[in-house]
Design a protein around this ligand. Structure first.
Ligand code: KIV
Ligand code: NA
Length: 263
């Protein structure tokens, strides 16, 4: 596979499903890249998944940059998207462009931000600076307090129309792809058919141009049971078992063995 770029990602629409994985560190980025995924997203979901926050709101630019650097070291050739954390792009366009630029300096190839037509100008200015932008519509976790919980979007006509307008606005602003999170399948399908850039779904059904899942959910390291997730392994159990065995063997003096010692 040749190196992925935004042109190739756009060209995959309607031809080949796009595979995106959210990963946060060196070993998981290495695994994702070796498995041949098209895009690695360093998502702000790292706040919940690896830092233990109860939402993505507390995640800082510094934390994002540290994880982007680690992912780049684990996947030197990958197409990496850095997720703009809460308050890194909302306050002013200047601040948004500067923070997006810091993500590229840390090793990302593109950035992602949450929001619709309200952010079209911000997105245009980030792109003007030479930074590709991925959009994010539907359930946008940074607005959880406004949306009143983790809700599937596109259920009412009003919500459906707003999503379609937003998707068009993001395409016109120059986004190279749009994440659709927790969107009614028929609405995600309609959006996918009405724009010329790829949609990448999570909990948005079967008709998006690509799919994204979080590494820890795919391998069963996270413990949440989410309807839209498919667990392909149960590494939580495997890790728990390993640590329990290690503990038992130290307690019972079975470890270290002769082969582990230095004469
Ligand atoms: O932070 C994240 O992992 C995301 C994806 C779920 C799209 O934004
Ligand atoms: Na995110």
């Amino acid at each position: 596979m040749g190196a992925v770029n935004t042109r190739k990602i756009i060209d995959m629409k309607g031809k080949e499903p796009i595979v995106m994985v959210t990963a946060y560190d060196y070993p998981t980025a290495k695994i994702a890249s070796e498995a041949g995924v098209d895009i690695i997203l360093v998502g702000d979901s790292l706040g919940n998944v690896v830092l233990g926050y109860d939402s993505t709101i507390p995640v800082s630019m510094e934390e994002m940059l540290m994880h982007i650097k680690a992912v780049r070291r684990g996947a030197p050739e990958a197409f990496i998207v850095g997720d703009m954390p809460f308050l890194s792009y909302e306050v002013s366009i200047e601040k948004a462009v500067e923070n997006a630029g810091l993500m590229l300096k840390a090793g990302a190839n593109a950035i992602k931000l949450e929001g619709g037509e309200e952010y079209a100008d911000t997105i245009r200015q980030i792109i003007r600076a030479g930074i590709p932008v991925m959009g994010h519509l539907g359930f946008t976790p940074q607005s959880v307090n406004l949306l009143g919980g983790h809700r599937v979007q596109g259920k009412t006509n009003e919500s459906k129309e707003k999503l379609l307008r937003d998707a068009k606005a993001l395409e016109e602003a120059g986004c190279f792809a749009i994440v659709l999170e927790l969107v009614v399948e028929s609405v995600a399908k309609k959006i996918t058919e009405s724009i010329n850039i790829p949609t990448i779904g999570i909990g948005a059904g079967r008709f998006c141009d690509g799919q994204v899942l979080v590494f820890h959910d795919i391998v069963g390291l996270s413990q949440m049971n989410l309807k839209f997730v498919k667990r392909y392994a149960n590494t939580y159990e495997i890790m728990l078992d390993a640590i329990k065995k290690y503990r038992e063997e130290v307690k019972s003096k079975l470890f270290p063995e002769e082969k582990h010692i230095f004469e």
